[in-house]
Design a protein around this ligand. Structure first.
Ligand SMILES: [Zn+2]
Length: 333
């Protein structure tokens, strides 16, 4: 113990590491103090009291050294902190920015949320019934060719959904009416990748089913949406179209944001740009999902988020969205 005492007296503890090393060597669970207490059992009974006293003195001595060194090293730390110059500029931190697709999706959802549409979600891997057949697109229907996709199994038919309409089908099958939902999500098509087409993109679809829902409701809702998103001056037109799941069906155009309707490259010199497809839900689709088509009517619409983002930000190549080029991405906040 005398030898240890001398060793401790001679020790110079400056750094936190030295302090910790000291603690482990003398005061730790496998330290010297502990092992000396272990010797107690070898001391004859009549000398135990005396040995205990000496041992306790030594323990106290070792602990005092530790406490003193600890206080001193805390003082050193204080000094070090005071030497930092707080007036120096800090290191800039890269926080990144939101992806343009997410920015536009949020803007679209915010508008429809204010109109009382709830966001609904569904699977990206879907069966044939929910993606095609229930939507009046039976096998061998020619319109299926326009939505060729990637199959995971042929039988049973599992595929990557070609639109977010599968969410609508699933929502209708729940049988809780009225339905007023907006369905954002990623969709897939077997397309050759180019500036205008990709094998995956993002959609937002809307569905409203209740008693007495009419085409006038559809037009007014979409008119409001366009004005909120693109501004009050934007003009809207509906062109008759064909979709298997709506009847009547229409494509909606807005006046070109670039040229204001005079004609330019973006609008192919027509003054109009197509932004979405819409229509009244086909009675057969309602019946397929167990809804009484004599009592209920509804409208549906769908748009590509990429297409809207390209118009809003004047982006001319669809591939930019998925190339992860930070020079492109950091332009959006
Ligand atoms: Zn134009």
């Amino acid at each position: 113990m005398e030898a240890y005492r001398k060793e401790i007296e001679g020790l110079e503890i400056v750094t936190p590491q030295q302090l910790e090393e000291y603690r482990i060597k003398f005061l730790g669970t496998k330290g010297i103090v502990k092992s000396l207490f272990g010797e107690m059992k070898n001391v004859p009974n009549e000398r135990k009291k005396e040995f205990g006293q000496v041992l306790n003195d030594f323990k106290q001595f070792a602990e005092t050294k530790y406490e003193t060194a600890k206080e001193q090293s805390a003082g050193n730390g204080q000094q070090a902190v005071e030497e930092i110059d707080l007036s120096l500029p800090g290191d800039a931190m890269q926080t990144g920015s939101r992806h343009p697709i997410n920015l536009v999706r949020k803007r679209i959802l915010d508008i429809f949320n204010r109109l009382g549409f709830a966001v609904a979600d569904g699977p990206e891997i879907e069966d044939d019934w929910h993606n095609f057949t229930s939507l009046n697109l039976p096998e061998h229907h020619p319109a299926r060719d326009m939505q060729d996709t990637f199959y995971i199994h042929q039988n049973p038919d599992w595929l990557l959904r070609t639109h977010t309409s599968n969410v609508q089908t699933r929502e209708m099958e729940k049988g809780k009416l009225p339905i007023r939902i907006i369905c954002p999500g990623r969709v897939y098509r077997n397309e050759t990748i180019s500036a205008r087409a990709h094998c995956f993109f993002h959609q937002v679809e809307g569905l409203y089913i209740d008693e007495h829902v009419s085409f006038a409701d559809l037009k007014q809702t979409l008119y409001f949406f366009v004005q909120e998103l693109f501004g009050k001056d934007v003009k809207v037109r509906f062109r008759p179209s064909y979709f298997p799941f709506t009847e009547p069906s229409a494509e909606m155009d807005i006046s070109c944001l670039i040229c204001g309707g005079d004609g330019c490259r973006v609008c192919k010199h027509t003054g109009w740009v197509e932004i979405l497809g819409c229509g009244m839900v086909h009675p057969k689709v309602l019946e397929n999902c167990g809804i009484d088509s004599n009592k209920y009517t509804g409208y549906a619409f769908g748009m590509g988020i990429e297409r809207i983002a390209m118009l809003l930000y004047q982006i001319n190549d669809l591939r930019l969205f998925s190339e992860n080029d930070v020079r492109f991405l950091r332009q959006f906040v």
